[in-house]
Design a protein around this ligand. Structure first.
Ligand SMILES: CC(C)(COP(=O)(O)OP(=O)(O)OC[C@H]1O[C@@H](n2cnc3c(N)ncnc32)[C@H](O)[C@@H]1OP(=O)(O)O)[C@@H](O)C(=O)NCCC(=O)NCCS
Length: 406
């Protein structure tokens, strides 16, 4: 069998790698020159890899420099893994495996204790130690039924901004307000450049509204655009798709929803990536105007440096448990860790619980309990009393939420 060689891509190979990735996802078109000028800014030197078979570029994976907020508020440097694809005639020959191993070694070498990604298919990444760590709601709101109650939070102003203005405002605004919940991540410059490509000024349909509080400080924004349809005024229905809505507090969030619900001619607001505990249905006079269409899996997390990642988050007030972690891909992580209210550290004590590193990642941000994962036979429980203690140690005030596609 031919040897797979994995190495960082040269700059001159970025576009070929990007086209390979788009083809692997069955995206119908290649990047236009204009779009590529934006997309290329996502590539950071040394962070994009090629897998070569018989000397030919046949697979690729890259990461953006990012960060991840963990329970307790610490923000860890993180690799946001994306652009993963293998040429259709060269799949199932171990190219992804080689790419993943090279990328995890690179992430460790950079001192980034976590890697994260959104998975095209859920069965691909657990073998490399990634566990599902946050989930989101996909919701629809009927504009004619979904009036906000008189006591829903209100205040400040909403204004539309054009693309160039958004490019100046949004990166700073996002990094100022996207805090206070585990799962929120940092966005690179290249990420923003690509995200804002489809605005009206660039010939796209994407529009942007910004909320500012009573003192005039910007504290929230929403990106939205109409779904493609051949609607007519007499019998048409227009769905407005919300790509993302981030806000500092309930007043800004409710005000942006109120704005969306005031858009003339629109029948439905469809939003992806909403937090599972969003208060919107409680703000509505008729909550049946709101529906959760899907619970999506969102961020998959890989604890690349388990001791560092465990030590970085906070834990609930409870007696300690000792957890044995198995990690076949990065065996330096394998071992037992004592986790208590004061923190986490390696331990030689006999374990109360044993689990694989991808299962630990699912517990890490607080999305699921130890009890549930033990019921799923994903955790070996050696001491039943320890499972409920671990539930209280890993519990978070709010469910984690990412809300950023990449
Ligand atoms: C997913 C993809 C990158 C896998 O690449 P690949 O080179 O075929 O994967 P490998 O041969 O290295 O497979 C490694 C292991 O993962 C398994 N695997 C790979 N793709 C899988 C899939 N789609 N579903 C389930 N298992 C999969 C393989 O069977 C193999 O298992 P093993 O460890 O038991 O032998 C490739 O199929 C692809 O490009 N798919 C379309 C684009 C895409 O989905 N990209 C991911 C974006 S998040």
């Amino acid at each position: 069998m031919s040897e797979v060689d994995v190495r960082p891509l040269a700059e001159s190979e970025y576009r070929q790698a990007n086209d390979l990735f788009l083809a692997s996802l069955n995206v119908p078109e290649r990047s236009s020159e204009e779009r590529w000028r934006r997309s290329v800014t996502r590539y950071e030197p040394g962070r994009a890899f090629g897998a070569y078979l018989d000397g030919e570029l046949s697979g690729t994976a890259m990461s953006l420099s990012s960060s991840l907020e963990v329970p307790g508020g610490a923000v860890l440097p993180a690799a946001a893994v994306t652009g993963v694809g293998v040429r259709a005639d060269r799949t199932r020959r171990g190219l992804l495996r080689e790419l993943m191993h090279a990328q995890l070694a690179d992430t460790r070498g950079r001192g980034e204790p976590v890697a994260m990604l959104h998975a095209s298919e859920t069965r691909i990444y657990p073998r490399f130690g990634y566990g599902l760590a946050t989930r989101t709601h996909r919701v629809s709101v009927s504009r004619f039924r979904a009036e906000l109650r008189a006591d829903a939070p209100a205040g400040g102003q909403v204004r539309l901004v054009d693309g160039p203005t958004a490019e100046k405002l949004l990166p700073e605004l996002y990094s100022r307000i996207a805090t206070g919940r585990p799962g929120l991540i940092g966005r690179s410059e290249g990420w923003w450049s690509t995200r804002l490509f489809g605005t009206l000024e660039n010939g796209g349909a994407q529009r942007i509204a910004v909320h500012s509080d009573e003192s005039g400080t910007d504290d929230g924004f929403v990106l939205f655009e109409p779904a493609k349809s051949d609607h007519h005024f007499d019998d048409g229905s227009i769905t407005m798709q919300v790509a993302e809505l981030h806000a500092a507090d309930a007043v800004a969030t409710a005000s942006l929803w109120r704005f969306l619900l005031s858009l003339d001619l629109v029948t439905t607001i469809a939003a992806i990536d909403r937090p599972v505990d969003e208060a919107l249905p409680w703000w509505l006079a008729d909550r049946r105007g709101y529906s959760v269409d899907r619970l999506d899996d969102d961020l998959w997390v890989r604890l690349v440096d388990v001791p560092a990642a465990l030590a970085a988050r906070s834990y609930g007030a409870e007696d300690p448990v000792v957890i044995e972690v198995r990690d076949a891909v990065l065996p330096e992580n394998a071992g037992s860790y004592r986790i208590g209210a004061g923190g986490a550290e390696p331990s030689d004590d006999p374990p109360h619980l044993s689990l694989d590193v991808d299962v630990l990642a699912s517990l890490y941000l607080g999305d699921v309990t130890v009890t549930t994962l033990a019921e799923a036979n994903r955790i070996n429980v050696h001491d039943p009393a320890a499972a409920s203690r671990a539930d209280r140690l890993f519990a978070t005030e709010r469910p984690p939420w990412c809300g950023t596609g990449f």
